[in-house]
Design a protein around this ligand. Sequence first.
Ligand code: GLY
Length: 351
Amino acid sequence: MATIKSTSYSIYIGDKSFDALNNFLSKNKYSSYYIICDEHTFEFCLSTLLFHIPKLNDAEIIELESGEDKKTLETCLQVWGALTDTGADKKSLIINLGGGVITDLGGFVASTFKRGIDFINIPTTLLSMVDASVGGKTGVDFEGIKNHIGTTCEPKAVFINPLFLETLSERQIKNGYAEVIKIALIADAKFWQELKKLKHAKEFCTEKIITKSVELKNAIVKKDLYEMDLRKSLNFGHSIGHALESALLKFNKDILHGEAIVAGMIMEAELAKILKKISQKEYKEIIKYTTSIYKKIKITKEIEAQLLKYIIHDKKNEAANLCFALPNNIGHYNLACGIQMDLIKKVLSNY
Ligand code: GLY
């Protein structure tokens, strides 16, 4: 098992992470336990968790409807209500068992309930293992804008057990792998060279890949928890990608976060090339590898118009100054501000 130390908590990775969780629950005394899950993790993950962690057999289960469209304040009201009705107190522990929606929303609920109670994350998708569960970003979407309302509040621990990936579809594995590609492109050129050799979904989610990705993300978060500078690098592909994801969801299109982020990385890699932050050769490498794994997304004129509106809302922007986190040679990062809308329109039309 790998143990990665973050600012104030540990991240345990591997099949022994259940032992680490038993240990955590023995050492830390809580008045009650609440497991937040969705219908998928209720069906596929909860019984495994309860089998391995006897202390949780008395936990209250809060089952939410799955889906990014449920990552809302209305769902939070439902959870705050359930916590209140069952007498949760300051010493209750919330256990987020699920993908990014559950860890983001559950963390937000915990960070605001009675001004903050402890929570731990048990991510069950590759996306939440390598990204969402680590780093203390919590929140929900609002008026169609992704993660518009939220807090920075770190979990007490994260337990990553790759066992949960066995029931994930190939599409879901690729969804998470997009964040693995991202972290390599902005933080570790050698890791990128290793990734380029991988072709099949089962190679994308090994314990080694997960551990390396979490180590890289954690190293960034430890230096800049509140995203004043370096952490902005984690937004590579997300300025356009998030806006694209929000626009597609607004028009009820079937899109996963990672799929939109890959399209965002392709377009933002072109921006990086135009701004001479990466070479033509590096640009081609990025396009060749990502397009060998991910299908192109159809962006209609109405989606493009909506996407451009969402870009303005991007949290990295200050006033009307559009900023993008771009690779600066593969494996490094640079924040490029003052990007003109025309340039964004150009990479959109070239996509
Ligand atoms: N997912 C980006 C971050 O945690 O900063």
